[in-house]
Design a protein around this ligand. Structure first.
Ligand SMILES: [Zn+2]
Ligand SMILES: [Zn+2]
Length: 756
């Protein structure tokens, strides 16, 4: 018999790992201990070599569902005497924290307990070691109840017995609670407060089925819910949210109901049912109320993930409810009960809350099936703050992210910890969320900045924050060009570091020449890049209004490539703009008043959406490209002309032929399909030319435009048949939400090579 120390790293805390080790060791008759460290789990065990081998094998093969074992290191030490096997108190031994479990959707065993366990009958906050809130309630590490927002709830005798029994599913489940001792729901309605879960659930269901709106506290923030089949209810919710256009997500009772309203594929069904429970954007069937998706053909769908959701559906007549974050006018989702009462109580028919504090705000994550798998395009509840494994040392590197759909990132050894989705850093409330989240992450993960990386754009609030942080910490600031960061983000996620051809397409990103980029072909490695090819520059007037008013791009593209005289008053865009405004705008562009030069794919898509009359002004971010994609007629393989010469791809011919098609009465859907085919063809053509010169076959695709499924799948399939290796994002958003990873990768790589 020898004594071994086994150190297990990965996602092994807050996921029932110690009880699993305890049961395994006990079943094998092994003696020893298991404990949580900051870095993972440490097991000490007395064993023969043979038993040890079996023990390790089981750790790899049968760990708890939500855990993720990344490494198991075994060392023999001098013999220690143990009596039986026990779980010992968490130690706080090192500064190397990399793991905090994301929130986990309620498990099937808990749903069953909710019907049969006497003290938990209908308990709407039931949880166990395999499920329940984690990141949203954690204030510090190690993960133990006193450092969570459950600290103020004293366990009853029964919960305490379960909590202390290694054979119980609730052994050391930090948020463990029941009807007798745990947090409770309450409902604010008509100036009075209702208590008692059953009554609250029944009243909530009545309000929703009756066409009303309820503000409902979720895991990481409040949601607004109403019947998704009732157009009046959805329309009034839209009005109340001050958000006229952006599609709402819907929650379905179960997977059958998802199939009734959308056409999910096998993998989408699997992801919807997974413990992460993201919203997936799926092809719809025009069954939910028109105001839900507002003219788009897709629906954002999610399944229930809190016990309360299941209880609610058991009382509801409708099988689909609108399930949208409760935030007003681009502010972060509301987490505070008082704020919910003040801001949501004014228009919601009731506010339903529970008295456990949400410490870390999280939105619902969002995914979309693109080119063979579900890709995460907003990474928050259920995913954050799981680290991303990278192949280089990023210790101490902070990436501030971009301005839109911001997430920031922190390097911890060979891990990058990406924050939850913060949002658009355009207002004071979101900037405050950014700063608070930073200090909480720095505290929890024991992060000390050594290098700060930021976007080239000096006015982004993330850049301003980065400068201030660097000054306060006396560390250097490092600027990373936006599209280089997109490409390196995708490289880091895919574990590649050699030179690649990177195609970055998005709406805006400041280029090294002071112009606005977004249709870029780079030869890049982690340290640096050269810009080999790009979309032709087109001047657009209006500053920030350029992205909000696609008609500006429409006119700019027409003026540049066809000339003012070729634009006639019978074109949809001129009908929508008015002749006067068109003349005025032409003058602005000609005189270069408040005008910037764009090589941006986002603006090109805006232009075509406006020219074809599909989107004149955008009511939400990226509306025009989304409407253009939604309009695509299937089965069209033709394309328009374009030019590539001297490193510039021009869509002048494309615009001319689109106008010709419009005049010939071709539908916008057919034009959209041809336009998408053209961009795909031009991108592949561009890549082949860059590859011919450079000999590089590794292609990296990144940037928000690659959220366009039709375009991305077309490009990837053509590249694969051309014998290229194609790298694309999986769990890190392809949009600016993944940018911080690229910033960290560049700064870390430059430090490694001695460039800084
Ligand atoms: Zn459970
Ligand atoms: Zn209890």
């Amino acid at each position: 018999m020898k004594t071994f120390v086994i150190e297990i790293e990965g996602l092994v805390q807050g996921v029932g790992f110690r009880p699993f080790v305890y049961k395994l060791a006990s079943s094998m008759g092994l003696e020893g201990t298991v404990e949580n460290l900051n870095t993972g789990v440490r097991v000490m065990v007395n064993s023969s070599n043979e038993s040890l081998e079996k023990f390790i094998e089981k750790i790899w093969s049968d760990p708890p569902l939500q855990s993720q074992v990344e490494s198991v290191v075994v060392n023999e030490v001098s013999p220690v005497y143990f009596s039986g096997f026990s779980i010992i108190t968490s130690s706080n031994l090192s500064e190397e924290v990399t793991r905090i479990s994301p929130d986990i959707a309620v498990c099937d065993n808990c749903l069953a307990d909710m019907e049969k366990q006497e003290h938990r009958i209908g308990y709407p906050l039931i949880n166990c070691t395999n499920c329940g809130p984690r990141f949203s309630i954690i204030k510090g590490l190690p993960y133990d109840r006193p450092l969570t927002t459950m600290s103020r709830f004293k366990m009853c005798k029964q919960c305490s017995i379960e909590y202390n029994n290694p054979n119980d599913r609730r052994f050391h489940a930090q948020p463990v609670a029941c009807n007798n001792c745990g947090p409770v729901y309450s409902m604010l309605i008509d100036e009075s407060e209702i208590k008692g879960a059953n009554d609250i659930i029944e009243r909530t269901a009545e309000i929703i089925d009756g066409g009303g709106i309820v503000a409902l506290k979720g895991t990481g923030g409040y949601h607004l819910v109403c019947d998704a089949l009732n157009e009046d209810a959805v329309a009034s919710l839209r009005k109340a949210k001050e958000r006229e256009g952006k599609p709402f997500a819907v929650m379905c009772r179960d997977i059958d109901c998802v199939k009734e309203i959308t056409r999910p594929g096998e993998e989408e069904i699997e992801t919807l049912k997974s413990w992460h429970k993201p919203v997936l954007i799926i092809q719809g069937k025009d069954i939910v109320a028109p105001s839900v998706s507002n003219g788009l053909r897709t629906v954002g769908v999610i399944l229930p993930y809190m016990p309360f959701h299941y209880l609610l559906f058991s009382k509801l007549n409708t099988g689909v409810i609108v399930f949208t974050s409760a935030n007003l006018a681009e502010e972060p989702v509301i987490t505070d009960d008082e704020e919910a009462k003040d801001k949501l109580g004014s228009f919601a028919d009731a506010v339903v809350k529970y008295n456990r504090e949400i410490y870390n705000r999280t939105d619902d994550s969002v995914g979309r099936y693109i080119a063979g798998e579900v890709r995460i395009i907003r990474r928050s509840r259920g995913y954050a703050p799981t680290p991303v494994k990278i192949r280089f040392n990023a210790e101490g590197v902070f990436g501030a992210g971009a301005e839109l759909t911001n997430c920031f990132g922190m390097g911890k050894g060979q891990n990058l910890i990406l924050s939850q989705h913060i949002g658009d850093l355009k207002n004071a409330a979101t900037s405050e969320f950014f700063a608070t989240a930073y200090s909480r992450f720095a505290g929890m993960f024991r992060f000390q900045p050594e290098i700060v990386a930021r976007d080239l754009h000096p006015d982004y609030l993330s850049s301003v924050f980065a400068e201030k942080l660097a000054m306060e910490s006396c560390v250097p600031v490092h600027m990373v060009q936006h599209h280089h960061a997109h490409i390196t983000s995708c490289m880091a996620e895919n574990g590649i570091s050699s030179k690649v051809i990177g195609v970055a397409m998005d709406g805006v990103g400041l280029g090294s020449d002071g112009k606005i980029w977004g249709g870029e072909f780079l030869i890049a490695d982690l340290c640096d890049f050269s810009r080999i090819m790009h979309f032709d520059y087109v001047p657009v007037a209006g500053g920030d209004y350029a992205s909000k008013e696609p008609w500006r791009s429409g006119l700019s593209w027409l003026i540049k490539y066809l000339g003012e005289d070729a634009i006639s008053d019978d074109m949809p865009i001129i009908k929508n703009t008015g002749h006067e405004k068109f003349k005025l705008y032409t003058e602005l562009v000609e005189k270069e008043i408040n005008t910037s030069y764009y090589s941006s794919a986002g603006r090109l898509f805006d232009a075509v959406a406006a020219i074809t009359g599909l989107c004149h002004t955008a009511k939400f971010h990226s509306e025009a490209p989304m409407r253009l994609e939604a309009a695509i007629c299937k089965g069209i393989n033709t394309h328009y002309g374009y030019d590539i010469s001297r490193g510039i791809i021009s869509f002048g011919k494309t615009i001319g032929e689109i106008v010709h098609d419009l005049k010939a009465g071709i539908s916008p859907g057919e034009i959209s399909a041809r336009f998408h085919n053209t961009v795909a063809r031009a991108v592949v053509d561009g890549i082949m030319r860059v590859s011919d010169i450079s000999g590089i076959k590794d292609i990296v695709l990144s940037g928000g435009t690659f959220q366009n499924r039709y375009l991305t799948e077309k490009i990837i399939s053509e590249l694969l048949s051309g014998k290229f290796y194609v790298y694309y994002h999986h769990n890190i958003p392809v949009n600016d939400g993944g940018l911080a990873l690229g910033q960290v990768a560049v700064a870390a790589a430059r430090r490694d090579t001695g460039m800084i």
